[in-house]
Design a protein around this ligand. Structure first.
Ligand code: ADP
Ligand code: MG
Length: 237
């Protein structure tokens, strides 16, 4: 196996005195789309916050292409190549779509600038038609697309999406799913947290299941699909 793009080893995370993650191990290889699945409260968002440097693990390590990033400030973790899209999908509401993208433009960790506004508008044609609109006027689904697009503008090595389908109408969920699949097919490495396993079945290549702050299963998405016991026990199906 190659060195994973992202690896978490034995991460213990606490909020105050209460432990939320217990020795979480996770590895994402280049080009994979890994689904981090688990019920509400399982620890998905906490895992993402631990990776992004917002809730640093008290034990264990986070490695990016083999280099430790745990203990670094969130902006340094971002600069090292982690593109984190939190679940609250914040945009700059009083600025245009274009400006929301331009402020986030930055070369990747090795100086690459694959993602430009032109390329974003090719992949996100809906945003192209709204480039001069105030971001606060976009629908929830459009704002979700904009936060994904804005994160790509930083040319990350891996994209972390925290529940991108949450709270969106089914038709919008489908559009977000198509978009993530397109990014996957372009070779973008993605880690996506979801309670909605069905959303991930046609998108993810691999799956890791978390329950009560512990990883309970990790395999390809096809293996998960064939494992009724795991799906019944840990996922709302
Ligand atoms: N800021 C916080 N302070 C204390 N407990 C928290 C905080 N955020 C989340 N938790 C708790 O941590 C656990 C995991 O939450 P979270 O990582 O958000 O789960 P998920 O994203 O899988 O729904 C839950 O029991 C939740 O109540
Ligand atoms: Mg969450």
């Amino acid at each position: 196996m190659d060195t994973p793009i992202l690896e978490m080893r034995g991460a213990n995370v606490f909020y105050g005195a209460s432990q939320i993650l217990f020795g979480v191990n996770l590895a994402v290889q280049r080009g994979q789309t890994m689904a981090l699945l688990g019920r509400n409260g399982a620890g998905k968002s906490t895992t993402f916050k631990a990776i992004a440097g917002i809730a640093p693990p008290r034990g264990g390590q986070v490695l990016l292409s083999g280099h430790p990033v745990s203990g670094q400030a969130p902006y340094l973790v971002a600069r090292a190549g982690i593109g984190y899209v939190p679940e609250d999908r914040q945009v700059f509401p009083e600025h245009t779509v274009d400006d929301n993208l331009i402020v986030a433009a930055k070369r990747g960790p090795r100086g690459d600038r694959h993602w430009t506004t032109e390329r974003i508008y090719e992949v996100f044609p809906i945003l192209a038609g709204m480039r001069n609109r105030m971001a606060g006027r976009l629908s929830g689904g459009e704002q979700q697309m904009l936060t994904i697009a804005r994160t790509l503008m930083g040319n990350p090595d891996i994209l972390l999406l925290d529940e991108p389908s949450e709270g969106l109408a089914p038709i919008v969920v489908r559009a977000i799913g198509d978009l993530i699949r397109q990014l996957r097919d372009m070779g973008v490495t993605i880690l996506i947290a979801e309670q909605n396993m069905h959303f991930c079945l046609g998108i993810a290549t691999h799956a890791t299941v978390i329950d009560k702050g512990q990883v309970v299963y990790s395999a390809t998405i096809d293996e998960l699909r064939g494992n009724d016991a795991i799906m019944q026990r840990y996922l709302a199906v």
